[in-house]
Every structure is written in C-alpha cells, then in structure tokens.
Design a protein around this ligand. Structure first.
Ligand code: ZN
Length: 186
C-alpha cells in the first residue's frame, strides 16, 4: 500500500496532525478494500460505504495513487510552484499518467489531468473508470479538465489525494452535473 511521505514535523517526528491525516488515509483505504471493519479509535470518521453513485476501486487503486504521485515528481511548475500529478485508469485496466506543465506564457499551461487523459486518448483509449489527482494539498480539477473528462466518461470516479495522506472521492457527475455537449443546449 502506498504510504504518505515524508512523515516528520519540525522535530523530525510525525506530529499529531500528520499522524491523524495518514491514519485517516490508511483507514479509508482499508475501508475501500473492504479489509477492515474496525481499526481502533480514529480522529476522523471512517467511511464504510461509498457515496451513492461512486464505485470504489480495489487493489488497482493503490497503483493508481502511486502512479499519480510519481507523475507529480515530474511536474514542471516553476511559476505557481504547485506540482500536480494525475493517473487515469482505463476500462480495460491500463494506467496513463501526466503532470502539470507550465509555460512563461501562462495561458499555454496544461493541467496534469488533461495531460494524462490526452496520453491515453492518443493510445486509442476512450473509456475510463477513475482518475487520481495528486498534489501537496487536496485540489479539485479545474472546470476545463472536468469538461474534457466528461467528454469520454461522465460517470467516472474522480479521486483527490495529497502527500499528507488525505483522500476524497467523487463521481464526476457530482463535480460537473451539466457538462456542455453539442445538442444539449436548452
Ligand atoms: Zn485542469
């Protein structure tokens, strides 16, 4: 299982918040895998059942988070200093990753989510189960990325993960209930 890193406060030892965040992540991951019903006292509530409409992944989920974390280390973000990695899981089980790539002409910057998606599309993939967005704090995909993801799989799972061990999951439909589509104009 992926472990949050680094662990260590100013003293070099994990502080209470870090322990709490990591435990929350691990407990959530265990709940996702259905391996743990009770893991002792937690500072956060453990979600035992997925929200309606969200289909949790199983073992593949750890690999997806790890690929997103690795991609974050490749991010080119000299202007915002906000590095993001993303990994997207296709319906047939393949994973493609991407990172944000900034440019001195700011408008040319591309997000990690679209980088990963475009890589998959260019390999012939069209249907997706899940995407993990990994950064140093939980960050939601921007509207442009939500729209581009919805083009292919509007019901896919969107997972936010952080280097602090935080984790949130959504259905794309909840983040973008009304994506633009030709022919859907009111
Ligand atoms: Zn974006």
């Amino acid at each position: 299982m992926w472990e949050a890193s680094p662990l260590g406060g100013a003293s070099g030892k994990p502080d209470a918040d870090q322990k709490c965040a990591v435990r929350s992540y691990l407990l959530t991951a265990l709940a996702i895998d259905g391996m743990s019903k009770k893991s002792g006292k937690s500072c956060y509530p453990v979600r035992k059942a997925p929200p309606q409409g969200v289909k949790f992944m199983s073992r593949k989920f750890d690999e997806l988070i790890d690929r997103a974390r690795q991609a974050q280390s490749k991010a080119y973000a000299p202007y915002s200093k906000f590095k993001v990695g993303a990994a997207i899981l296709t319906e047939d089980g393949d994973i493609y990753s991407g990172c944000n790539v900034e440019n001195s002409s700011y408008g040319l910057t591309i997000c990690a989510e679209r980088g990963a998606l475009f890589k998959a599309i260019s390999e012939g993939k069209r249907r997706f189960k899940s995407v993990v967005v990994f950064s140093d704090r939980l960050a939601y995909p921007c509207g442009a990325c939500l729209q581009v993801l919805a083009e292919f799989s509007p019901e896919m799972e969107v997972c936010l993960a952080s280097s602090k061990g935080e984790l949130k999951k959504f259905n794309l439909r909840d983040l973008l209930p009304q994506p633009f589509a030709i022919g859907n104009e009111q």
